[in-house]
Write a protein that binds this ligand. Structure first.
Ligand SMILES: *[C@@H]1O[C@H](CO)[C@@H](O)[C@H](O)[C@H]1NC(C)=O
Ligand SMILES: *[C@@H]1O[C@H](CO)[C@@H](O)[C@H](O)[C@H]1NC(C)=O
Ligand SMILES: *[C@@H]1O[C@H](CO)[C@@H](O)[C@H](O)[C@H]1NC(C)=O
Ligand SMILES: *[C@@H]1O[C@H](CO)[C@@H](O)[C@H](O)[C@H]1NC(C)=O
Ligand SMILES: *[C@@H]1O[C@H](CO)[C@@H](O)[C@H](O)[C@H]1NC(C)=O
Ligand SMILES: *[C@@H]1O[C@H](CO)[C@@H](O)[C@H](O)[C@H]1NC(C)=O
Ligand SMILES: *[C@@H]1O[C@H](CO)[C@@H](O)[C@H](O)[C@H]1NC(C)=O
Ligand SMILES: *[C@@H]1O[C@H](CO)[C@@H](O)[C@H](O)[C@H]1NC(C)=O
Length: 396
């Protein structure tokens, strides 16, 4: 892998779209050629769904509902007690962490529900003890913490604020929701507060720049650092019983050193699929990229921010023929299985903190972007486990 990275970008237009639509929940993608790294951004849409919810229904079919609940996805021995959920023997608590966005959590069309989030937490808790969110709109922080409370599972959540440079009320509105949720639910299940999702990538794309540590990059960094410092102050003002770390999440090649110097952790998107890496090299490439581009540089900073992989995974399908392959390998369930087999237990063994991407297929991404965007889940959008064998190794 080369040290030289250039953003070939198709992302700028999408960035503006996204900024017009703050409901966006974008994902970054890696594209690395022999000498270049490219990051594309993918913005977001809205969930769709129509049916009526059937909480704790014993129906044998699974229909998605307008609230993101899925009838029969999880059964409870006591229909009124979410902590009595029936475990699925196919699920193993083998993942360090998993990336999660509740269904219907983008403004202006919030469609999430406590019922749907409880199902998600019941399933997620059988796979991991850690999840990360991307933003705080649509009350998702409180919903997740309430679901953890009612299911009584061992789950730490990294709450998140997804700000945009063109409208700081997007930041403040999410900050206030996060602070309220922490005051309501306490600190015991909070791993951190992530401020920024691909902020540097987006800022550079919008300004026709590629180097996160250039003058333009440092300019964008100052805007994000102001929000980071504001979140630190807001947390301090709560006089909490536990220290809550504040971090940021960005595309793997887009960390700015001044931002990293202002946070306690960085979460990095590392995607072998978008780097056109073959499936047989995907796990090793992910590790190597993360170590060289993120862990080693962060260790040189005096504050030594903890680095996590924010997203890594493999798509199981594509909605168009043009995206069925990344060059050497296809988007398929067997290849997702291969990535699980070669990454999960090995990364646990190596002590890597990672959030697998992702919990379930996000239909709205398929509707809005097509390609592989809506097909990264371990579960389908109706919360059916794909034809996968979950790796079985000690929970890290
Ligand atoms: C929940 O119970 C129903 C009815 O017995 C069954 O059809 C369904 O498969 C169960 N769901 C799970 C995830 O076991
Ligand atoms: C749930 O999703 C799976 C996989 O996409 C599909 O086979 C199944 O028919 C769906 N179930 C319902 C009730 O929609
Ligand atoms: C909960 O999970 C954490 C890892 O996230 C682990 O260190 C801790 O021991 C677990 N607690 C219990 C009670 O299992
Ligand atoms: C947010 O979710 C919590 C937990 O379900 C609930 O108590 C609260 O009323 C919700 N707030 C709003 C504004 O919907
Ligand atoms: C784990 O570490 C070994 C030894 O450094 C490396 O070869 C391997 O690629 C790593 N795998 C993962 C998934 O981190
Ligand atoms: C894969 O995507 C295509 C195109 O959207 C869809 O028709 C097909 O049902 C999907 N396959 C699975 C297994 O969901
Ligand atoms: C691949 O998917 C992207 C969306 O992620 C889409 O814009 C592009 O047109 C697709 N490419 C082909 C060749 O179909
Ligand atoms: C990655 O592979 C796709 C599909 O073959 C191709 O369109 C794209 O140009 C490749 N990107 C790089 C950076 O190699």
């Amino acid at each position: 892998m080369s040290d030289q990275y250039r953003n070939l970008d198709t992302g700028a237009n999408q960035w503006y779209e996204k900024y017009d639509e703050p409901r966006s929940n974008s994902r970054k993608k890696w594209i690395i050629g022999s000498v270049v790294a490219v990051l594309l951004i993918v913005a977001i849409g809205v969930g769709v769904g129509v049916a009526v919810s059937h909480k704790n229904s014993s129906s044998s079919t699974r229909s998605s509902t307008s609230s993101g609940a899925s009838a029969g996805a999880v059964n409870q021995t006591n229909p009124n007690d979410p902590s009595t959920f029936v475990k699925d023997s196919r699920l193993k608590q083998s993942f360090y962490g998993i990336a999660y966005t509740p269904y219907g959590s983008q403004l202006p069309d919030c469609g999430n529900s406590l019922e749907g989030v409880i199902e998600d937490i019941q399933l997620l808790s059988q796979l991991t003890t850690r999840i990360r969110l991307y933003g705080a709109d649509c009350n998702q922080s409180a919903l997740v913490l309430e679901a953890i409370k009612q299911t009584k599972v061992n789950m730490t959540v990294w709450l998140a604020n997804y700000p945009i440079p063109t409208d700081n009320t997007v930041y403040t509105r999410q900050r206030d929701l996060i602070m309220q949720a922490i005051q309501t639910y306490g600190t015991s299940n909070i791993g951190g507060v992530t401020v920024g999702n691909e902020w540097m990538l987006n800022y550079l794309n919008a300004n026709g720049a590629t180097d996160p540590n250039s003058a333009v990059g440092n300019q964008g960094a100052q805007l994000l650092i102001a929000d980071i410092q504001d979140t630190v102050s807001a947390l301090n003002a709560l006089n909490l019983d536990k220290h809550i770390p504040v971090g940021t999440a960005d595309a793997g090649a887009f960390f700015n050193n001044e931002v990293l110097a202002a946070v306690e952790y960085g979460m990095s998107n590392v995607h072998p699929w978008f780097a056109n890496v073959s499936i047989d090299q995907a796990a090793g490439w992910t590790n190597e990229f993360f170590q060289e581009q993120n862990v080693q540089p962060a260790a040189l900073l005096s504050n030594h921010p903890t680095m996590y992989i924010a997203e890594t995974g493999w798509p199981s399908n594509s909605s168009d023929a043009g995206n069925e392959s990344n060059g050497p390998s296809t988007a398929s369930i067997p290849n997702l299985q291969e990535f699980l087999n070669t990454f999960v237990c090995q990364a646990n063994q190596n002590g890597t903190g990672y959030f697998f991407f992702e919990y379930f297929d996000e239909t709205w991404k398929d509707v809005q972007f097509g390609g592989v965007e809506g097909w990264w889940g371990l579960f389908t959008s109706n919360k059916t486990l794909k034809a996968l064998t979950i790796p079985d190794c000690p929970s890290p």
